[in-house]
Design a protein around this ligand. Structure first.
Ligand code: AGP
Length: 360
């Protein structure tokens, strides 16, 4: 590859560090000279004319879709379903009168997602691809494309593409809301600028995060991630990052689901990473932390400034509540990175995995 690591030991670390710049680039690319959102008018039309959005994706891009659903529903008032691409054809939902299919894919080459696109195209449904590679198969074959502008992502573990996907989805949601005449008390470009600064501050705290990883995950067999609402979705992504590069068995759970089964797995010293960035669920997730701690777990609490409590492991700088996943995922990416590093794993090229999965 002609992309260089420069002074970085791994592409993954370089790509984590690039995130603040990627977010700033997205702000620039999606803004006109009057600081208004600049977006393909055809995409705007497709978003305002549809009665339901169907997001199709795999892996990390699927996790971005889960957060994107919240953006689009809360801001633009359009119902959204999110589907794992490989499951879609078996469990094809009833399709609304005016669907819009949104494919989220870093590479634009994922075969599972393409198979759904082929199927929905054959039925005549419109499609939008959100991708980091505009000339890719999914981009060429769908009606519209939104570009992530994240720059080439080389590490198998996706990092900057995820946060770029969230940023573009937030902008798309606000643009749709504006087109529909919905008044919002949310300036996406300003808030994304704050996110970029928060990310930069987080990237400057690597030593602290490395210490957390070294303390929580040196020899552990498993690790759980809990959260509620958006924190739950970020927990899923944190667990995927950790399992794919460190080979620690990791699972993300909704805090409320613990008592329905998962809590049986908690043993003395089991690491549980809890996210607490959402004010409406802060009380409940703290309750979950107490439950697992009482059963011997070793909790690692990542909270957001303003919601932090004494004894939290790591406190994130404050960002807008809708956008917390863009900030809270950064320490999880770094925890996965350092856990893999300390276990002598091949960070950029984990076993059994390919960067783009071009077979179904
Ligand atoms: C992420 O770390 C993974 N390596 C993987 O889940 C990836 O997100 C998935 O294969 C989807 O890829 P895409 O975004 O290129 O479609």
């Amino acid at each position: 590859t002609d992309i260089e690591k420069g002074t970085y030991p791994h592409f993954m670390l370089k790509e984590i560090d690039e995130q603040p710049f990627v977010i700033r680039r997205i702000i620039q690319k999606y803004q006109d000279d009057n600081d208004q959102i600049k977006l393909d008018p055809d995409v705007r039309k497709a978003m305002t004319e549809c009665d339901r959005v169907y997001i199709i994706a795999c892996g990390t891009s699927y996790h971005a879709g889960l957060v994107g659903k919240q953006f689009i529903e809360k801001l633009a008032n359009v119902p959204v379903e999110v589907h794992v691409a490989s499951e879609f054809s078996y469990n094809m939902p009833l399709i609304s009168d005016k669907p819009l299919f949104v494919y989220i894919s870093q590479s634009g080459e994922t075969a599972d997602s393409r198979a759904v696109l082929v199927e929905t195209k054959a039925k005549g449904y419109p499609s939008l691809t959100i991708t980091n590679v505009p000339g890719s198969t999914l981009s060429r074959e769908s009606d519209y494309t939104l570009h992530l502008h994240a720059g080439p992502e080389i590490a198998v573990a996706s990092t900057k593409a995820y946060t770029a996907q969230l940023a573009v989805l937030a902008i798309l949601a606000v643009d749709t809301a504006q087109a529909k005449g919905i008044e919002l008390d949310f300036d996406p470009m300003k808030e994304l600028g704050i996110v970029a600064n928060a990310m930069e501050a987080l990237c400057d705290q690597k030593e602290e995060i490395e210490r957390v990883a070294a303390e929580f995950l040196p020899t552990t067999r498993n690790c759980f991630f809990i959260g509620r609402s958006a924190d739950y979705y970020v927990g899923l992504e944190g667990a995927l990052k950790l399992k794919e590069i460190s080979y620690i068995q990791a699972e993300g759970f909704a805090g409320g689901e613990l008592k329905h089964g998962t809590i049986a797995l908690i043993e003395e010293g089991t690491p549980v990473v809890a996210l607490a960035t959402q004010s409406n669920v802060n009380y409940s997730i703290r309750g979950n932390v107490k439950e697992v701690a009482a059963r011997g777990a070793n909790p690692c609490i990542i909270s957001m400034k303003g919601m932090d409590q004494e004894g939290d492991t790591f406190v994130l700088p404050e960002v807008h509540e809708l956008l917390t996943p863009l900030a809270s995922v950064v320490p999880l990416q770094l925890i996965a990175y350092y856990a893999a590093l300390h276990r002598d794993c091949d960070v950029d090229k984990p076993r059994n995995l390919a960067k783009s999965v071009t077979v179904e």
